[in-house]
Design a binder for this molecule. Structure first.
Ligand code: H2B
Length: 113
């Protein structure tokens, strides 16, 4: 069995984005908002679907991306929606990695397969 490649953040330094950078980056995405503060700050989006099957298909795709990116969102899964939240533990805030993963999750719903 082959092993999926994944990012190695131990060798890639990251920094916490400043509030002004976060506002700018949020404006470039659709539906993502800022929640919480301090250690609990995160960017968050609610993705809505027609039913449980569609919600779970998205959640599984998110899990695949999360593994490869080695960056794992908090997920709240309901019948017809999923709340996805991202922050970066080692910077105690929000980093470029969070916005990069947010864009990757959005792209899952635009992909033609
Ligand atoms: C060692 C490993 O790369 C880190 O603990 C990763 C794992 N997944 C992660 N996921 C998220 N959302 N934030 C992190 O800071 C994070 N760190």
């Amino acid at each position: 069995m082959s092993t999926l490649p994944k990012k190695d953040w131990a060798t890639t330094p990251r920094r916490a984005l400043k509030p002004t950078d976060i506002v700018t980056r949020l404006a470039q995405l659709q539906g993502w908002t800022l929640r919480g503060d301090g250690e609990n700050v995160a960017i968050e989006k609610t993705y809505r679907f027609a039913n449980y099957h569609e919600t779970m298909a998205f959640v599984n795709a998110v899990a695949f991306v999360a593994h490869v990116q080695d960056h794992h969102p908090e997920l709240l899964v309901r019948y017809d929606h999923c709340v996805v939240a991202l922050n970066t533990h080692d910077v105690h805030g929000i980093s470029e990695t969070d916005f990069d993963c947010a864009a990757r999750f959005d792209a899952l719903l635009q992909a033609e397969v």
